[in-house]
Design a binder for this molecule. Structure first.
Ligand code: C2E
Ligand code: CA
Ligand code: CA
Length: 932
């Protein structure tokens, strides 16, 4: 490739090419490199440099086509020069083939992918010989040195004889050549290494990729198929390589489109799929289809084109997305729905749509009937499943029956790819007719309990994998928990408005309904009646037969009341009503739509009759009665509270007249009520303003008439009404809570009076002081503390104080009463049971209280002497008291005969007008003095 143009060069070449002198063994010896001017001295340097550069430029990974082209070109040059009559060419031209060899071989080497075996001799041998024959000493020496360092002994073959004078230069050239050779060797080594690791790295990366990497040619045939692809598609590399990609991994339905796309691109069409991420469906060797993400790139510089496909299996991701969509949909519905009923249609729609099902139904367990019943059905608008829906709506499913029943009993989800073939499945024909194919059943669970079952149907074939079922089972639990929570809330709301025991509406709900009833009554002019009823003697049942029996009785009463009202409804003449329980043994009935007030009395009458039927409870026959108070409102501004209060007042009035009575609230009652309310305010003022007084009534020994004690009885010195008795204001004080303050005042005043008398009489003992306690006082937790304080303040000895508690009061809360009484007893105070005989105490009960005496009610005493039956009772009581170690005090002794009878019966103490009326302190003191 050297160009020789000037004439001088040609002359020199001609001179060189003149025939060699005869006898010369080596031309180079005789004309030993003498004509340095012919070629520049720098030639070997340039040569070595070029060699190094070429080798360094050969990088692994260069486009092999380009390298091949370069190599071919170089080879052509070499051949051309070799074929040319180069002996006639100038000397410079003669070295051209040798030089041309170098890049050619280097390029070839690179195109071979870095294999260099045979490279060095291939280059060096011809160059060496060319150098020798070209009589290029320096070039010869350089190559020899290079060959030496490369470990190629061939250079020594026919080593020329050099004149001794040339050794210096020889050494120089050897060193120079050696250096170049070493550099070349290093460069070649590095290039080789690079090529080797580069290729290995590429292979390793592709092999270890988690994504499938596959290369295909322009006809769509696979050229490369990495291990990830083997795993994903189930083919081995040997099977895959050479096969057409479309046949191997493209689902049949998409194959044509794939082939068409490739053909179109090859025909010069726009690349539609290259260098983009696509989501497609691929197919495994077992025919299973799955979603993939695909990227196809064209391999640069290859003709005809080749493509690399990167495929990622996104089944998991899609599933996660679908699961999240289902869960999110469910969570949203659950969060937004106020009630279970509102939630279910939405739930079905959300779940079915996120999972692409056509029809969904919710079945709930009907606990009473022990079956599953369809609650809600949802269906996609695109399908018509009328027959199936109709059947679903009316069916009930037993536990264990068909897929629904199985899911109910096992609590595990179930699925079917052909519901029409399911055994024990009553809707199989309907499903087949409506084209429903796949089915899925999910339990709605709360813990281990199955509350219901969700079912879904699809007309398409559905593959239900384990993970999907698991997710859906979780969704089922999520819904179950929601159901449980919402039901608890609904139950709570119900509880807030209903009575626990009977399930009847409570006070709040009744007042609410009464309010609405009054509004309606205002518009329509029809009266509203409220019946307030309180069972007679319910406490006796509760205390003597136990709370359990008491509860049973209340349930029975509730049932009877409801029956009465229902009958009133159906009979038609009397309108609807509500029965409510106000607590304890109080029931309230609201009657609406009455045509006249009298109808309320008819209902009251029916109630009384219904209750009068005996009830058998705890092996005992009980006859129940109720005191009923009736109040009627006809709009006109009556509030629910006022109407109930009026009925309550009427009931109290009825109660006063004995068991089983009914009273209608009237104007007189209203004024009495107002009066009582007024006196409450007044009473408060009385307590604070010192209008209360104590009077004292002696208790004397029957035997000798000596005074045993005095009972303190409270009076109210009213500024207008004069002296008011306790029966008029104690109930008001008890209702209003004023009794606590009042009781405390009575106790401390009585004790103060007792000590005053003791102090006044000196050595002669003053009488004991008996003080009455009310129910509210006994229930007061501070009672014992107060008694203690008053005793210590006044200095009265505890044994000189007696506390009187009425019998019915003690029976109210037996256990609490016993505890309080024992605490009082521990103080040393005496305890008396007041009004004995009016309550229902049994002997066994009395034994439980730490009592000292019984006060026999004056109703018994009244009959003494004239009524033999009464006498017998008193005799029995005295007998019994004695057996229990209790003293008996007879109350209300008014006559000589009564006293005589008591004496005859062995009663020791008595109290009554016969001895003395209750008297103010000075009079009492006078009496006491006269009797002791
Ligand atoms: P009680 O404890 O049974 O008191 C006896 C009542 O019988 C007194 O009526 C008394 O005046 C009356 N009485 C006494 N002897 C005869 C008689 O021979 N014939 C008749 N018919 N009655 C007689 P009082 O003072 O009107 O008291 C009525 C009730 O008021 C008392 O009945 C008691 O339960 C209550 N009470 C009176 N004072 C107090 C008090 O300070 N605190 C409390 N909590 N209750 C009191
Ligand atoms: Ca008393
Ligand atoms: Ca009494």
């Amino acid at each position: 490739m050297a160009r020789v143009t000037d004439g001088g060069d040609r002359d020199r070449a001609a001179a060189l090419m003149s025939p060699r002198p005869r006898g010369a063994r080596w031309t180079i010896v005789r004309e030993p490199f003498a004509r340095d001017g012919l070629l520049p001295r720098t030639w070997p340097f340039a040569f070595a440099l070029a060699l190094g550069l070429v080798l360094a430029a050969v990088e692994p990974g260069r486009d092999p086509a380009a390298l091949r082209a370069a190599a071919a070109l170089a080879a052509l040059v070499v051949i051309a020069v070799a074929v040319a009559p180069w002996s006639r060419l100038p000397r410079a031209a003669q070295t051209v083939p040798a030089l041309a060899c170098l890049p050619v071989v280097a390029l070839l080497r690179a195109s071979e992918g870095g294999t260099t075996s045979g490279f060095a001799p291939l280059v060096l041998v011809p160059v060496f010989w060319l150098a020798i024959y070209g009589n290029r000493r320096d070039l010869t020496l350089a190559i020899a040195g290079m060959a030496l360092t490369l470990g190629l002994p061939l250079v020594l073959v026919g080593a020329p004889e050099y004149p001794a004078a040339e050794w210096k230069r020889l050494v120089l050239w050897v060193v120079l050549g050696g250096t170049v050779g070493a550099t070349v060797q290093r460069l070649v080594g590095a290039a080789r290494q690079g090529a080797r690791t580069g290729a290995a790295l590429t292979t390793a990366i592709v092999d270890s990729a988690l994504d499938c990497v596959m290369t295909m040619d322009h006809q769509g045939r696979l050229v490369e198929f990495n291990p990830a692809a083997e795993r994903t598609f189930g083919y081995r590399r040997e099977e895959a390589v050479g096969a057409e990609l479309a046949d191997l991994i493209v689902p049949p339905a998409l194959r044509e489109a794939h082939r068409h796309g490739l053909a179109r691109y090859m025909a010069g069409g726009e690349p539609r799929v290259l260098d983009r991420r696509l989501e497609l469906t691929a197919m495994r060797n077992d025919g299973r289809e799955f979603p993939v993400e695909l990227t196809i790139t064209r391999i640069a510089g290859v003709q005809p084109p080749m493509f690399t496909g990167y495929i990622r299996d996104v089944t998991e991701r899609r599933r996660a997305e679908r699961d999240a969509a289902a869960r999110h949909g469910v969570a949203r519905v659950l969060a937004e729905s106020p009630t279970v009923a509102a939630a279910t249609p939405e739930l079905l729609a959300a779940l079915a749509q996120s999972m692409e099902w056509d029809l969904g139904a919710l079945w709930l367990v009907d606990e009473e009937a022990g079956v599953l019943r369809c609650e809600t059905i949802w269906q996609d608008d695109s399908i018509s499943a009328a027959a199936f829906r109709e059947l679903t709506a009316v069916l009930t499913i037993a536990r264990g029956q068909g897929p629904l029943g199985r899911v109910w009993s096992t609590g595990a989800p179930a699925s079917s790819e052909a519901v029409a073939d399911e055994p024990d499945y009553p809707r199989a024909r309907a499903a087949a007719r409506d084209g429903l194919r796949a089915g899925l059943w999910l339990p709605i669970r709360s813990g281990a309990e199955v509350l219901g079952v969700l079912e879904f149907y699809s007309r398409a074939v559905k593959h239900l994998d384990e993970p999907l079922l698991e997710t859906l089972a979780n969704v089922g639990s999520q819904i179950g928990e929601f159901f449980r929570r919402r039901r608890a809330e609904e139950r709570l709301a119900h509880q807030a408005l209903h009575d626990d025991l009977t399930g009847l509406p409570n006070r709040g709900l009744l007042l609410d309904r009464l309010g609405h009833a009054l509004e309606r009554s205002e518009r329509q002019g029809s009266p509203v009646a409220v019946l307030f009823m309180d069972l007679d003697n319910f406490k006796v049942v509760n205390d003597s037969l136990g709370h359990h029996v008491g509860d049973q009785l209340l349930l029975e009463v509730a049932a009877r009341l409801q029956r009465v009202l229902r009958r009133s409804d159906t009979v038609g003449r009397i309108g609807g009503g509500t029965v409510a329980r106000f607590g304890g043994d109080e029931f309230v009935v609201l009657c609406e739509d009455l045509t006249e007030e009298r109808e309320a009395l008819v209902i009251a009458e029916r109630i009384s009759r219904a209750l009068a039927q005996p009830v058998v409870l705890g092996g005992q026959e009980l006859v129940v009665s109720a005191s009923i108070g009736l109040a009627v409102g006809t709009g006109g501004g009556a509030t629910p509270e006022a109407l109930v209060r009026d009925a309550d007042a009427a009931m109290y009035r009825a109660k006063e007249q004995g068991p089983g009575r009914c009273e209608v609230f009237d104007q007189a009652m209203r004024s009495r009520l107002l009066e009582r309310m007024a006196s409450e305010t007044e009473l408060r003022r009385a307590i604070d303003g010192g209008e209360l007084r104590l009077v004292y009534q002696p208790i004397v020994a029957v035997a000798d008439g000596s005074v045993h004690a005095v009972e303190a009885l409270v009076r109210w010195q009213h500024p207008v009404r004069g002296l008011v008795g306790p029966d008029e204001f104690i109930p008001v004080a008890e209702d209003s809570g004023l009794i606590l303050g009042l009781g405390r005042w009575v106790l401390s005043e009585a004790c103060r009076q007792a000590t005053e008398w003791e102090d006044a009489w000196g050595d002669c003992p003053a009488p004991r002081m008996f003080v009455n306690l009310s129910a509210r006082q006994l229930a007061d937790r501070d009672l014992v503390e107060h008694v203690t304080a008053i005793l210590s303040e006044t200095g009265l000895a505890p044994e000189r104080l007696g506390l009187e508690i009425t019998e019915s009061l003690l029976m109210h809360e037996v256990d609490a009463s016993i505890a309080t009484l024992q605490a009082l007893k521990a103080l040393g105070v005496c305890l008396h049971l007041d009004d004995f005989g009016t309550g229902y105490s049994s002997l066994s009960y009395l034994k439980r209280f730490p009592l000292d005496a019984l006060k026999l009610d004056r109703s018994f005493v009244a009959g003494l002497g004239t009524d033999t039956q009464e006498s017998a009772i008193v005799a029995a009581v005295v007998e019994m008291a004695r057996a229990l170690g209790l003293a008996v005090i007879a109350e209300g002794v008014e006559t000589e005969e009564q006293l005589a009878s008591l004496r005859g019966l062995g009663c020791e103490l008595a109290q009554g007008y016969y001895f003395a009326h209750p008297m103010p302190a000075p009079a009492a003191a006078e009496f006491l003095r006269s009797r002791t």
